[in-house]
Ligand binder design. Structure first.
Ligand code: 1CP
Length: 345
């Protein structure tokens, strides 16, 4: 695995060890903003792309070669492990995951099966093995968190306010906890398989959990997150990143969980998280919309964020959410260079 030229800057930052510069990677760094991605996507559906290991390896590696980022993230989707447990999901271009058999009752919850990674998602394991042999930077494995997965499974697709999800949570509380348990076990099994195959770090995406207030997070979600993270910590020491959108009000809850890194969106500055007493490594958080602004605007904002990040050990530069298809590859190349040069000791 770790060849002589292996760049472990990202892993060192996760562990709050000294680094020569601030590491950077981008959420959705493999995606439709890349002409190469769009060409491959013409030939395959989203799931075909991620289920053919050679294609998955190519798409995962592309941003490392093209942008010079310090970590790769496996090309898959948070919905990937749901298909084999009985969720009929397809990824529609320009929309996202669409589910034809949403979960609406305890019976629907009990119909969901258990994940056997080696049998159900062998392509993920194969791709992780191939990537960790080839890449010169760490590979981030990932999974969706139970709340965020449940939001798609219950709504049937992307949502703005998650009222069906929250309605289910408040009115079928027993079924909700059963669903959290099921998705939680699946998440543990899936992430452990990625770690066994060689993933160097893990990111858990709880993109939509910011829809809950602190009290409800504590009651309906925190117990399963505690279980997922503590089980992973018992069996491996790979760094764990926990990320969500609009979840600044949950920072204190997240800080109690056994994770190494907290991923922030652009609404919560690095500085304000530090002022709230968060000492874990932080990752983020340039507003991805800024990537559509003139370079001078991007540069100013990126430097402000980097200045805040460098004040405390343990910081990884990233966006506050994924790259949009309209962004130019050159902008991200320039930004990556800026992060590396501006922070070099
Ligand atoms: O480079 C990478 O980041 C590639 C791997 C990756 C990851 C980590 C993809 C590929 N998806 C994800 C995670 C993911 N998927 C999340 C968590 C991160 C986030 O908040 O964006 C979520 C919520 C999803 C669900 C999903 N899948 C959406 C969002 C829909 C919504 O509710 O707004 C979309 C658009 C997809 C499809 C998808 N997944 C990945 C890509 C490149 C795409 C676009 C596919 C295409 O049409 O080509």
């Amino acid at each position: 695995m770790a060849s002589q030229s292996f760049n472990d800057t990202f892993l060192r930052a996760c562990r709050q060890e000294p680094t020569e510069y601030i590491p950077v990677w981008y959420m959705r760094q493999a995606g439709r903003y890349q002409p190469e991605y769009r060409n491959i996507r013409k030939k395959y559906s989203f799931f075909e792309m991620s289920e053919i290991p050679e294609v998955c390896v190519e798409v995962t590696s592309l941003p490392v070669k093209q942008l010079g980022v310090d970590a790769a993230i496996l090309f898959a989707d948070i919905m990937t492990p749901l298909k084999p447990i009985g969720v009929d999901v397809e990824i529609r271009s320009g929309v996202g995951p669409v589910i034809s058999n949403p979960v609406r009752s305890i019976q629907d919850v009990s119909r969901l099966g258990e994940l056997e990674p080696e049998k159900d998602v062998p392509f993920v394991i194969e791709a992780v093995k191939m990537l960790t042999q080839q890449l010169s930077v760490p590979l981030i494995g990932f999974a969706g968190a139970p709340f965020t997965l449940a939001s798609y499974i219950i709504e049937g697709g992307p949502s703005k306010n998650y009222y069906k999800t929250k309605g289910f949570m408040y009115s079928n509380t027993k079924a909700w906890h059963a669903l959290m348990e099921k998705l939680g076990s699946m998440t543990i099994t899936y992430l452990q398989a990625q770690i066994r195959a060689g993933a160097h770090a893990i990111q858990v995406f709880d993109s939509w959990v910011g829809a809950l207030n602190q009290e409800d997070y504590r009651e309906y979600v925190a117990p399963i997150m505690q279980k997922i993270f503590s089980t992973l910590k018992q069996t491996s020491d790979v760094p764990i990143i926990y990320f969500g959108i609009g979840a600044g009000h949950l920072l204190q809850e997240w800080d109690k969980l056994p994770v190494d890194v907290i991923g922030l969106d652009w609404r919560t500055s690095i500085q304000s998280a530090r002022q709230q007493g968060i000492t874990k490594t932080l990752q983020g958080n340039l507003d991805p919309s800024l990537l559509l602004a003139p370079w001078e605007v991007i540069e100013k904002k990126a430097k402000e964020i980097l200045d805040q990040g460098m004040e405390h050990p343990g910081y990884i530069f990233n966006l506050g959410h994924g790259i949009f298809p309209e962004v130019q590859v050159e902008t991200l190349q320039r930004l990556t260079d800026l992060v590396h040069h501006y922070t070099k000791k």
